[in-house]
Write a protein that binds this ligand. Structure first.
Ligand code: HSE
Length: 372
């Protein structure tokens, strides 16, 4: 029989749309009887997936949701907090596959990133875990890049300096970034069109544009275009942000470890659209030749790719512009550091909506389908 009746909630949003696109591309709807849910548009048509599906049902109709084998949600944490406990109270034993962070750190959840932690996922499923939650995008992208190194047991601690794209803050933020670029471009047009204008004049105009009360910053609160924001999410004790705290706790949970690998981050929003980049300082517990480190990183999974540490390769392969819309996980700028022979520097870029969000969920659904 297998699992066929799968519900999708939040499929119209940004992560949900990428998930639908990937599932269509991989033929994942074959053999499924999917049902699509909505919080606002009951009775309308669902997404086009190549065959007829029932009209949209109410995402708060827990009696109906409780008849499904699995629910995949990209609807957000508030929805999860409200609906999942109600479903479990009704005795529902189906799989809950979720992009939101609200259930991530609970003991009855496993964080899914199967190219990195398939054994952890299988062990959780074996003991009856039914909540499969996607990791924080930055954490998932770091682990896709470096799991080959983590697997060796050599990593003592890691420091990540992140350069996070607007998409991580949401669809409206992405639009706002472009609006900000446009506002600056419009304000400067007459100056940039004239080759005799000095760069200092242009800079002054850019600064004026950003300081203008009409500058579009309703979502970010401040300019991101032409600037950056070294704060992501809420404050946590000890001076770190929640995004930075996730780097520590989620990394260890994904790897199935007792919080024994120290991960410290400084997370920064930059004006990239959908690719998160990260620069790492990695402290190993011994002096390993760089070549061996490279082999371990490159051999971890089929998406990670070593980028030679030269300018041409870096420019063409290790940027958000080069990686956007792909599943590639390039890792470059690898070198031993002046700090000592156990210190390694590396840089990675990854699409925040693909490996950072939709792809682990798509694959989690395949994993649970294959078990039933
Ligand atoms: N919290 C991340 C960010 C995205 O703000 O970039 C979601 O994991």
């Amino acid at each position: 029989m297998g699992m066929r009746r799968i519900g999708f909630v939040g499929w119209r949003g940004m992560v949900g749309s990428v998930l639908m696109e990937r599932m269509r591309a991989e033929g994942d709807f074959d053999g499924l009887a999917p049902e699509f849910f909505t919080t606002t548009q009951v009775g309308q048509q669902g997404p086009s997936i190549g065959f007829e599906t029932p009209t949209l049902a109410d995402a708060f109709d827990t009696n109906r949701l409780a008849t499904l084998d699995a629910i995949v949600t990209c609807q957000g944490g508030d929805y999860t907090k409200q609906v999942l406990p109600e479903l479990r109270k009704l005795g529902w034993r189906g799989y809950w596959i979720d992009a939101a962070s609200s259930k991530r750190m609970d003991d009855d959840s496993v964080i899914v990133l199967d190219p990195v932690n398939r054994a952890v996922i299988d062990a959780a499923l074996d003991v009856g875990t039914k909540n499969l939650i996607g990791g924080n995008c930055t954490v998932s992208l770091m682990l896709m890049a470096l799991s080959g190194l983590f697997r060796t047991g050599w990593v003592e601690w890691i420091s990540a300096m992140t350069y996070q794209a607007a998409s991580g803050a949401g669809a409206s933020n992405m639009r706002e970034l472009v609006n900000q670029m446009q506002a600056i471009g419009d304000d400067c047009r007459e100056l940039t069109d004239d080759p005799s204008t000095s760069s200092l004049e242009i800079d002054r105009r850019v600064a004026d544009s950003m300081a203008d009360p009409n500058f579009p910053n309703q979502h970010f609160g401040v300019p991101l275009a032409g600037s950056l924001i070294p704060w992501i999410d809420s404050a946590m004790p000890g001076g770190e942000t929640r995004e930075e705290w996730k780097g520590f706790v989620e990394t260890n949970k994904i790897l199935g470890r007792p919080n024994d690998i120290a991960v410290d981050s400084l997370c920064v929003r930059v004006g990239a659209m959908r690719c998160h980049s990260q620069g790492f300082t990695i402290k190993l517990d011994r002096d390993i030749p760089l070549e061996e480190i490279e082999q371990k990183i490159a051999g971890a999974n089929e998406w990670v790719r070593l980028v030679p540490n030269d300018k041409a390769s870096t420019d063409s392969q290790l940027t958000p512009a080069a990686v956007s819309g792909t599943l590639d996980i390039p890792v470059g700028r690898l070198r031993k550091m002046r700090l000592g022979p156990e210190y390694v520097s590396a840089f990675t870029v990854g699409d925040q909506l693909l490996w950072g969000a939709a792809e682990p969920l798509r694959r989690a659904l395949k994993i649970v389908r294959a078990r039933e």
